[in-house]
Design a protein around this ligand. Structure first.
Ligand code: TNX
Length: 626
């Protein structure tokens, strides 16, 4: 076929431009075919089609329909069906409280950058350009596999975006996809002059694994409610649905327990390196749980037992084997402390702590730790774990423990979190044969506290170096010898914080590896490829940058230079992005000034939904926020 259409106007290329391709090109001049007697369009028709073609060029999406992380199950682009979001768009949603919350969330995500009012209204009213529909028949199941209750379907055509799902959780994941399909500037917290184009077509999507998580160790260093909420935002963005909080360890006890008040009053005041520590009140913890629930994330609280308990023993020496309070511990060794497994008071303590925690945790899981209790051996260890498993069952919850609890007797539905490094663990395989299920956190692929490279300024390397490639290259279903895929609930990426002291450092270790692990957890192997992932991930650098989120500019990823952000005149900030086409690393975020921050951070414990804070100043060890 010729390069010119029948009307003599160069056809609009079918493939949308990639996000890194710079501003839209100018519309090409109409090409009038030479010596073409069969087609002699009038000047008016020519002008009209030229104007249409120019309009389409100017409103082409900056993102391809498939440029989503994690990779969706199925993507059918319709390049002629792009949508331009109108300024008077409303969000229409099924009359259901949970769906309505998702619609509000969508509107809150889009309002700052678009400056559009985006009112939320119930369906069925007139269909609008943003429509969220809940219903059993709403999300057809792709390729025969069950979509579970997290799948969604997203259709984009010139009339609007329709997200349909069986559940509010599915709608929520669809909203996260839509967010990635909008131009990068959608991440701005102030209005931007932008054509809000969404690429046309259909995505049908569902997760591969039901458990997709990350862990934050708030015990080695304490992180406040706002920091945890910000981490929850990152999880939600990549469709992760569990946040495991490592709440207790030798260096600090971080969760208030009314019946044992000294746990926090005494045990909460320390952390690695001698800092002030801290803890969550019950109200703080509930705020985290509620913030997580609004992002369709389940909180998994961990009380690490019987080891990693020095902070508890400082507070209550009667729990110690020798009944003597040890000194507070602010170092980074492991395996030296434990509660007394032979004393009944220990089990009263465990029952009280887990009982109070269960009362403020709506999710089904209670994590009991179990790792590195080197001094509680054999029957003393398995007997202790079995009693604690019974306490958890008595609270109506499902027990999770690090894989060291494998030799203990099976408890209904129990889950082992495997953090080994060599893929061969006969004890765990045997526990699986007895009915245990698994969450995989291989230390050499999923440990976010491992360094990226030898010169990474923080983190460990005992499980090896983990660059993005390594985080991406493994398969939870086949990783552990002798464990069938059906026993694998999913994966979790733990972030231990011996060396981590600030939100910027958390983000530096999380990004860009968290999206890699999210894709391992969410996407079918047939949709995954390193090259494809690397290119899709690259366009997230400018997004994090625009949102003021710190990240590690891993050299494996072809980061584009940050695109220019055209703030609307009345909101223009003093610091505009300086666009340098040749720079590999992104310049400072337009909305994320370095220290000193000109605007105060949000008040403690009241995080606004998805409100990124200015990136903190890098510490001496030079964490880059760009
Ligand atoms: C091992 S993994 C630990 C933690 C440390 C971490 C440091 C596991 C269950 N225990 O106590 O913080 O290594 O990477």
């Amino acid at each position: 076929m010729s390069r010119t259409s029948r009307t003599g106007v160069a056809p609009v290329p079918e493939q949308p431009r990639r996000a890194d391709a710079g501003p839209p090109p100018a519309a090409p001049a109409p090409v009038v075919p030479q010596g073409s007697p069969a087609v002699t369009p009038s000047a008016t028709a020519l002008a009209r089609s030229a104007a249409e073609a120019a309009g389409r060029l100017l409103t082409r999406p900056t993102v391809g329909l498939g440029d989503v992380v994690p990779a969706p199950a199925s993507v059918r682009p319709r390049p002629a069906a792009d949508l331009v979001l109108p300024a008077d768009a409303a969000v229409r949603v099924s009359a259901d409280p949970a769906a309505r919350e998702v619609a509000e969330h969508l509107a809150e995500l889009l309002r700052p950058a678009t400056g559009y009012p985006l009112p939320v209204a119930d369906l069925p009213t007139a269909p609008g350009p943003l429509q969220l529909t809940l219903g059993a028949a709403a999300a057809p199941r792709p390729t025969g596999a069950a979509s579970g209750d997290e799948g969604y379907r997203l259709d984009v055509d010139p009339d609007g975006v329709r997200i349909t799902a069986d559940t509010a959780t599915g709608l929520f994941h669809g909203v996260q996809t839509l967010r990635q399909l909008l131009p990068t500037a959608v991440e701005s917290r102030t209005p931007v002059a932008e054509r809000w184009v969404v690429p046309g077509g259909t995505i049908v999507d569902r997760p591969r694994f039901p458990y997709r998580g990350a862990m934050l160790d708030v015990a080695r260093h304490f992180f406040g409610v706002d920091d945890v909420c910000r981490v929850l935002d990152h999880l939600a963005r990549y469709k992760l649905n569990h946040l495991h909080l490592h709440l207790t360890d030798d260096q600090g006890w971080r969760i208030a327990v009314d019946s044992w008040p000294r746990l926090t009053a005494v045990g909460g005041r320390t952390e690695v390196g001698g800092g002030p520590g801290g803890w969550y009140t019950t109200a703080d913890y509930r705020r985290i749980v509620e913030y997580a629930a609004r992002r369709h994330v389940t909180v998994v609280p961990e009380v690490d037992l019987p080891g990693h308990t020095n902070a508890a023993l400082v507070a209550y020496p009667e729990l110690a084997p020798d009944k003597v309070a040890p000194p507070p511990y602010t170092g980074t060794e492991v395996g030296f402390s434990h509660v007394d497994p032979a004393d009944e008071r220990t089990y009263d303590f465990v029952a009280d702590v887990l009982g109070e925690l269960a009362a403020s945790t709506p999710g089904p899981w209670l994590h009991i730790g179990g790792d590195e209790a080197y001094k509680v051996k054999g029957a003393a260890y398995t007997g202790f774990v079995e009693r604690v498993q019974r306490i958890v069952a008595g609270l109506g919850r499902t027990v999770v423990g690090w894989h060291q609890i494998a030799p203990a007797g099976q408890a209904d539905g129990r889950v082992l979190q495997w953090w080994g490094t060599d893929g061969d663990d006969p004890t765990v395989a045997e526990a699986v044969r007895r009915g245990a299920r698994l969450i995989l956190s291989p230390g050499n692929h999923a440990y976010l506290d491992m360094k990226y490279a030898p010169d990474t300024p923080l983190g460990h390397d005992w499980a090896g170096l983990i660059d993005v490639y390594r985080a991406y290259h493994w398969d939870p279903a086949t990783h552990l010898a002798g464990v069938p895929a059906e026993a694998v609930l999913g994966l979790e990426a733990p972030l231990w914080t011996e060396s981590v002291t600030s939100l910027a450092e958390i983000e530096f270790l999380l990004l860009p590896r968290l999206p890699a692990l999210a894709e391992v957890a969410w996407s079918a192997p047939s949709t995954r490829s390193w090259v494809g992932f690397r290119d899709r991930l690259a366009s997230h650098g400018p997004r994090w940058h625009a949102a003021g989120i710190a990240f590690h500019p891993s050299p494996e990823i072809p980061w584009p230079a940050a695109p220019p952000v055209r703030h609307l005149p009345h909101t223009a900030t003093t610091s505009r992005l300086t666009h340098t086409a040749t720079s590999r690393h992104l310049p400072p975020a337009a909305d994320a000034p370095r220290s000193p921050a000109p605007t105060p951070p949000p008040p403690a414990h009241t995080p606004a939904p998805e409100t990124p804070q200015p990136a903190p100043a890098p510490r001496a060890n030079d964490i880059r926020t760009s």
